[in-house]
Structures are given as C-alpha cells and as structure tokens.
Design a protein around this ligand. Structure first.
Ligand code: NAD
Length: 425
C-alpha cells in the first residue's frame, strides 16, 4: 500500500527465498508450501476511546510455518503495518528460528495504529480486544507472541492477563518479553543487541580484525541499537556514529556510549538530540544519509526496513554490515554490496539473540525454574556463535553470500521437517 516494489517486504522475502531454494535444488512441492503463510488472520478491533467514541482498528496475526514447532513472533503497533509486512516478518521469524535451531515456527502480528497518539487506557483496551480476537490462535503450545516496534513488556503483561482471564488460571507461557515479576527472563531486554555484538565479534575474527581497533556506526538507538552500541563499546570498539529519528551524532574520535546513554535516559523522548559532543546532524533523512555513508569498519542498521537500497548502497564505505533491524537491506542493495565485496551478516542471524532468549524465557516458564543472567548470557553466546559459524560454513560450501547461506541453512531445516511430517490429509 503506497510502497514501491523495492519496498514491499514480502516481495523482497520471496526473492531471498527463491535465491536460496534454487541453490538448494529444493523439491518444488516444498517450495510451493513455503511461498505463502499457513494461516493469516485479519481482525477488526473496536475500542472505546477516551472521548467516548468507538474507533475500529485493523489487526493481523500470521502463522507463516509451524513445521518445526509452535509459532513465535512479535506484535507491532505502527501506522504503516500492512498484511504484506506482517507476512514478511512472519516468514523471517520462521527462517530465524531455524537458523539458530530453536524448536519454533514463525509468526508475526500487528495493529494499524499510531501508538504515540493513544493514551495508556486506549492502548490497554486495544491490546486486550486484539488478544481476544486472536485468542483461538495463541497459546504456549500454539503461538507465543512477543514485543516488536512500539509494543513493550506492559503490552505483554496485558496479553498474558487477558488470555489467563479467559482460561481461569495464569498462563505465563503465552507470551515472552514479559516483565520479570510475571516470569520474564533475565537478559531478555538486551538479548538482541547482545546477539548483534556477538555476531560482529565473530565476523571481525574471520577478518582477523581486533575489536579494539575497529570503528562502528549504529543506525537506531532504541532497544537493539543502543544495546548493540553499548556492548560493542564495552568490547573496546570505537563507535564513530549513531543515529535515531531525531538525527545523527558523528564523531571520528569515538562517542562515549555510557555518557550518551545517560543523556538519552533523561531526555523526554529518549532521543540522542541535544547531546553536546560530536557533530549533530539534525533530522532523520539527513542524519541517516550521513550515518550510512560514514567511513567505518562495521555498520549496524538497527532501526527500520529498507534503509540500504539500490539508491545508497554504492555509497556505503563500511567493510561489513551487521543487520540489527529486520529487512534493512533491499535485494537491489544486496547485489551492489556483493559487487563491492562488503561482508553482510543477515538479519535472520544477526538479530536472532532476541528470539533465542525468548525461547529461554518460555523454557524457564514451562519448567517454573529460572536461571541467572550469567547462565542466560552463556547459553545465548553458545547458540549465536555456533549459528554464525554454521552459516559461514554453509556460505563457503555453496559459494554464496552470508544471507543466502543463512536462508539455505534455515530452509533446509524447515523443508526437512515438512518432508518428515508429510502432507495432511
Ligand atoms: P525501538 O522502537 O526500540 O527503536 C527503534 C529506533 O529506531 C529508535 O531509536 C528510533 O528513534 C529509530 N528510528 C526510527 N525511525 C528512524 C529513522 N527514520 N531513521 C533513523 N532512526 C530511526 O525498536 P527496536 O526494538 O530497537 O527494533 C529495531 C529493529 O530491530 C526493528 O526492525 C525490529 O523489528 C528489529 N528487531 C528487534 C528485536 C527486539 O528484540 N527488540 C529483535 C529482532 C529484531
């Protein structure tokens, strides 16, 4: 809807899927099943607004493929949510869970709304009514939602409470990304950023680069971007640029991320704007342009989809890209980056730390036995490092880039499960 072809995430996902399936020489019957979600539901979500009027919102929940286990995926509240976007994100969740080899299928949900214009009360009523509308689809053994853009721990608490109210007992396993007192996992909040950091360090190792001599730029300073920047900074990397919706800070001498985080914490909208060191380039468009074209060793896009495109890929100067966001690079850009021999760690691997610790949260909840943060981080590292190396080896064997390598690995696992299960009826 209103998006150019290059910007339709589902069409982009289908292109990536086809490239991998061609290389895998996949059974056409399996390819046929992988090109569409198994189940897509559109719901109407009417709520009473604070002024007494009734407003109807549109919501979606997509189960892309559950051959490998219960569906897993976040819920996004955003004005630009479309069914195609939710389908693409659900497919990426399917491949992502398979890349890190956790026993889940992929799902995603969303509501078309502008959460910044809704009160807490309206958000709560919207969340509860949406939960009611998708109730038959979700559950600890069926589909376990989690937060995504503009949904939070609080949103998960409301979903869990609504679901539990219908069943008549507490069901913490119905969502992940919950607040700690309701059964959330230690380490979940920074898990995606930690996974990005671990993938960056593994990639640096392959190039025999020392993290303490590496310069990094991070686009987006929200959950993923700020944690990735902080953890890489703690590893000794020099963060030469960060951006968010307000603009970009560029500093070739290196930004003190601890100090910047303090600044962001105390500002009203949690933005980097107003920070008094480095050069500030105001505005999302100008800031992004400066950040994506910066001279650095590694670039971490951790904001939105379609940031590195056919238009600007040629201007990227980084040696490697580690995709913190989902779908930040278009297929047109991929071709250009390949020609420039820029090493790219794809989203379905790089940002899989979040779903991995969500899996830990679900496992801990089902056992009603909770682990220490050190334990969570150790298990996360094990999975991320082994997934990175499995993708690296697959790319090497098939002589393809890391994105296609990750797809080949993931699709092979999903296809194997589909084949073993056979076709019902
Ligand atoms: P968030 O809402 O916490 O942060 C988003 C950041 O992007 C904010 O700093 C915002 O200011 C910035 N931003 C928004 N528009 C921008 C623009 N036009 N230019 C530059 N910056 C802009 O969201 P998040 O949870 O950090 O998610 C970021 C991305 O990572 C999304 O693609 C999401 O799907 C993906 N992701 C998140 C997780 C997770 O665990 N949170 C897991 C996997 C993938």
């Amino acid at each position: 809807m209103g998006k150019s072809k290059e910007e339709n995430p589902f069409q982009n996902m289908l292109k990536q899927l086809k490239t991998a399936c061609d290389r895998l020489d996949l059974d056409p019957g399996i390819y046929e099943q992988l090109r569409e979600p198994q189940r897509s539901v559109i719901v109407s979500v009417p709520i009473r607004m604070d002024d007494g009027s009734i407003k109807n919102f549109t919501g979606y929940r997509v189960h892309y493929n559950y051959a490998r286990g219960p569906c897993k995926g976040g819920i996004r509240y955003h004005p630009n949510v479309t069914l195609d976007e939710v389908k693409a994100l659900a497919a990426w969740m399917t491949w992502k869970c398979a890349v890190v080899n956790i026993p889940y299928g992929g799902a995603k949900g969303g509501i078309v709304c502008d959460p910044l214009k809704l009160s807490q009360g309206e958000l709560e009523r919207l969340t509860r009514r949406y939960t009611f509308m998708i109730l038959p689809m979700i559950g600890p053994e069926k589909d376990i939602p989690a937060p995504d853009v503009y949904t939070t721990q609080q949103t998960m608490a409301w979903i869990m409470d609504t679901y539990s109210s219908f069943l008549g007992y507490s069901v913490p396993g119905v969502v992940t990304g919950k607040p700690i007192p309701l059964g959330g996992s230690l380490g979940r909040a920074e898990a995606t950023g930690r996974g990005v950091m671990l993938c960056t360090l593994e990639a640096l190792k392959k190039f025999k680069m020392d993290p303490r001599k590496t310069s990094i730029a991070v686009q987006g300073f929200g959950n993923v971007g700020s944690n990735a920047a902080k953890l890489l900074y703690n590893e000794g990397c020099k963060i030469v640029g960060v951006s968010d919706v307000s603009g970009a800070i560029i500093d070739p001498e290196g930004i003190d991320i601890t100090d910047l985080l303090e600044h962001v914490k105390i500002t009203k909208n949690k933005l980097i704007e107003g920070y008094n060191r480095g050069e500030f380039i105001k505005g999302a468009i100008e800031g992004n342009k400066a950040l994506l074209e910066i001279q650095c060793d590694a670039l971490v896009p951790a904001a939105l989809e379609n940031q590195i495109t056919g238009e600007n890929a040629d201007k990227v100067k980084a040696k490697m890209i580690v995709e913190g966001a989902n779908g930040p690079t278009t297929p047109e850009a991929d071709k250009i980056l390949d020609e420039k021999r820029i090493f790219l760690v794809p989203d379905i691997l790089a940002n899989a730390g979040g779903v991995t610790v969500s899996y830990f949260e679900w496992v801990q909840g089902l056992q009603a036995y909770f682990w220490s943060e050190t334990e969570v981080n150790r298990k996360l590292k094990e999975i991320m490092v082994s997934a990175f190396n499995a993708v690296y080896e697959t790319s090497d064997i098939y002589k393809v880039n890391m994105r296609t390598g990750a797809y080949i690995l993931a699709i092979r696992r999903v296809a194997e499960a589909l084949k073993l299960r056979g076709l019902f009826p």
